[in-house]
Design a protein around this ligand. Structure first.
Ligand code: CP
Ligand code: NVA
Length: 310
């Protein structure tokens, strides 16, 4: 059990076995927590958490996770740090490496995270960039596994914006052999390089990847339905225009009717009811979004142990 790479920047950097190791350890840690068994696997270690964007789940789950592992976490608002006043990323990386044992970062530019990892001598965890959200997508497949008992051969359907979330889901599905159909409006497709890379991986694992524009065509026989906000953080200015473009890209009862009867519904949250998902579907029995939110804790603990406990 282990992860060869120093950092978790992208799911594409992980092998299928490493992904399975993360999922296995997350399950063990979740069971131990539920049984009240202590697991101080990162005793005395510290995690610096740099936030350039807002967060509820990521911040709380990483911070609580570190505590449960016997370590401590520091919330570092980028605007209160010198990095927010122009101190180079490469200097921040080397300074933090002298104090803490791991860095978690949420920011805009993916390249900034790559640079941080390059200069840091300690593990760096990507907690969302404009391009990817790997911790969330790993949590999502963990949640599917919990509810469905398997991943291979299942069909995930994503309806909405071709954003960071779907980019990471594509990478995750390709690696674990899960099919994924994605419906986005023209001009809002997932990142082309990530699609190309995922198609290559999928050819080996047997995952089927379909990109289309029609949400109902995509949703047919879905085992898992997924959506995310129409305007991600940083795109607020486009919110009004996007409301028009995305009006048909909603998980609603019509979509549920063409999916499998036992399909589950996922959303990384926060959700905009009445936009990408209806209140009815989000609050339905098929929606497992709060299990999914909880699982961020267990999966990220596994990631931290495997990266920082080496
Ligand atoms: N899903 C997710 O990353 O939530 P937060 O923005 O609240 O961290
Ligand atoms: N795509 C969303 C995910 C939030 C967790 C965003 O980037 O704002």
């Amino acid at each position: 059990m282990g992860i060869e790479v120093k950092d978790l920047l992208s799911i594409h950097d992980l092998s299928t076995k490493e992904i399975n190791d993360i999922l296995d350890l997350a399950k063990t840690l979740k069971t131990q927590l539920k049984n009240g068994e202590q697991h101080h696997l990162l005793k005395g270690k510290t995690l610096g958490m740099i936030f350039q964007k807002a967060s509820t789940r990521t911040r709380v789950s990483f911070e609580v996770g570190m505590w449960q592992l016997g370590g401590a976490a520091l919330f570092l608002n980028a605007n209160d740090m010198q990095i927010g006043r122009g101190e180079p990323v490469k200097d921040t990386a080397r300074v933090l490496s002298r104090y803490v044992d791991g860095i978690m970062i949420r920011t805009f530019s993916h390249d900034e995270v790559i640079e941080l990892a390059q200069f840091a001598t300690i593990p760096v965890i990507n907690a969302l960039t404009d391009l990817m959200h790997p911790c969330q997508a790993l949590t999502d497949i963990f949640t599917v596994l919990e509810h469905k008992g398997r991943l291979q051969g299942l069909k995930m359907v994503y309806i909405g914006d071709g954003n960071n979330m779907v980019n990471s889901l594509l990478q995750a599905c390709a690696k674990v052999g899960m099919d994924i159909s994605i419906a986005t409006p023209k001009g809002y497709e997932p990142d082309a390089a990530i699609v190309a890379e995922a198609l290559t991986v999928a050819a080996e694992t047997g995952s089927k990847i379909v990109l289309c524009e029609d949400p109902l065509e995509a949703a047919k026989d879905a085992d898992v339905l997924y959506t995310d906000v129409w305007a991600s953080m940083g795109k607020e200015i486009e919110q009004e225009d996007r409301r028009e473009v995305f009006v048909n890209y909603q998980i609603n009862q019509n979509v549920m009717n063409v999916a499998k009867k036992d399909a589950i519904v996922l959303h990384c949250l926060p959700a905009h009811r009445g936009e990408e998902i209806t209140e009815e579907v989000l609050e339905s029995k098929q929606s497992v979004v709060f299990d999914q939110a909880e699982n961020r804790l267990h999966v990220q603990k596994a990631i931290m142990v495997l990266l920082m406990g080496k």
